[in-house]
Design a protein around this ligand. Structure first.
Ligand SMILES: C[S@@+](CC[C@H](N)C(=O)[O-])C[C@H]1O[C@@H](n2cnc3c(N)ncnc32)[C@H](O)[C@@H]1O
Length: 258
């Protein structure tokens, strides 16, 4: 499966699974796909990343301790899936900021709620489309999104919606896969990501297309420089990114003005 970049008038393209043209159809496809892989999502995440995904989320949480430890702060984890980043935030600050996770796939959210209940973590999970959030303007001090942003049907609208719900001086943090630079490590990684991972993922999840979608969507996702430029164009200040783990993932940050 390949993802075609689509440019719509006045907007930056978002994900477009093969054969799908419009935003609405792309979102419906993504929603249906995550609904199907939800039962095996955690197992595959940890297996295919050799548990490094847990380190990445912990690292994001530690990066924002100043916000998380503030009991009056509000934090939103967008596209929260089964809740791992929201729960990492809670672990970093057992009593501190209010933490909300949102996603548009009920099957993912029900797993997130079960996990939160099992460890007594105070996190609220809300069903919501990241492109039309049910929150007022200026509601959150931090809005995060790990491995979800790439799946949005419109990246520009995604950033604008985050900007809308952030308080003045609030921070957006997006963790996404990237294609690592470099011939040797990059080449090895691409072989794993494009050849090995789709087979293993398909075998274990029973959904081959979801795990060919993953490398295809990463290869069509804006480069770190292009995403930083989009942060700037949509009105973020101090837009920057850092590459982690040899460039396999990139943390993008930006903040709103006061
Ligand atoms: C790859 S998973 C990431 C889940 C989680 N953040 C993590 O780190 O494991 C992507 C998630 O984004 C969600 N998602 C994609 N598009 C969305 C949208 N427009 N609104 C809300 N959730 C969305 C999917 O339902 C899925 O749970």
């Amino acid at each position: 499966m390949t993802i075609k970049p689509v440019t719509e008038a006045g907007s930056v393209p978002g994900t477009r699974p093969e054969g799908i043209q419009g935003e609405r159809e792309a979102a419906a496809h993504v929603q249906e796909m995550f609904g199907r892989i939800a039962p095996r999502y955690d197992l595959l995440n940890h297996l295919l990343s050799l548990d490094i995904d847990k380190i990445w989320r912990r690292r994001v949480a530690r990066r924002f301790t100043a916000i998380l430890h503030n009991p009056s702060a509000r934090v939103l984890d967008l596209c929260c899936g089964t809740g791992d980043l929201a729960l990492a935030f809670r672990r970093e600050a057992p009593v501190g900021a209010e933490i909300v996770g949102s996603d548009f796939v009920p099957e993912m959210l029900s797993r997130a709620r079960t996990k939160a209940a099992a460890c007594g973590a105070g996190v609220t999970f809300v069903e919501a489309d990241a492109l039309a959030l049910p929150f007022g303007d200026g509601s959150f001090d931090l809005v995060s999104c790990s491995f979800g942003f790439r799946n949005l049907a419109n990246y520009e609208r995604g950033l604008l919606e985050i900007l809308r719900v952030l308080k003045p001086g609030g921070v957006a943090a997006i963790l996404e896969f990237a294609e690592p630079p470099g011939k040797i490590f990059g080449g090895l990684y691409r072989f794993y990501f494009r050849r090995v991972l789709p087979r293993l993922g398909g075998l274990i999840s029973g959904n081959g297309s979801a795990y060919t979608y993953l490398p295809a969507s990463v290869s069509k996702f804006p480069s770190p420089d292009a995403l930083r430029a989009l942060f700037e164009r949509t009105g973020y200040l101090e837009a920057r990114f850092e590459r982690w783990t040899g460039g396999i993932v990139t943390l993008h940050c930006g903040r709103t003005g006061f």
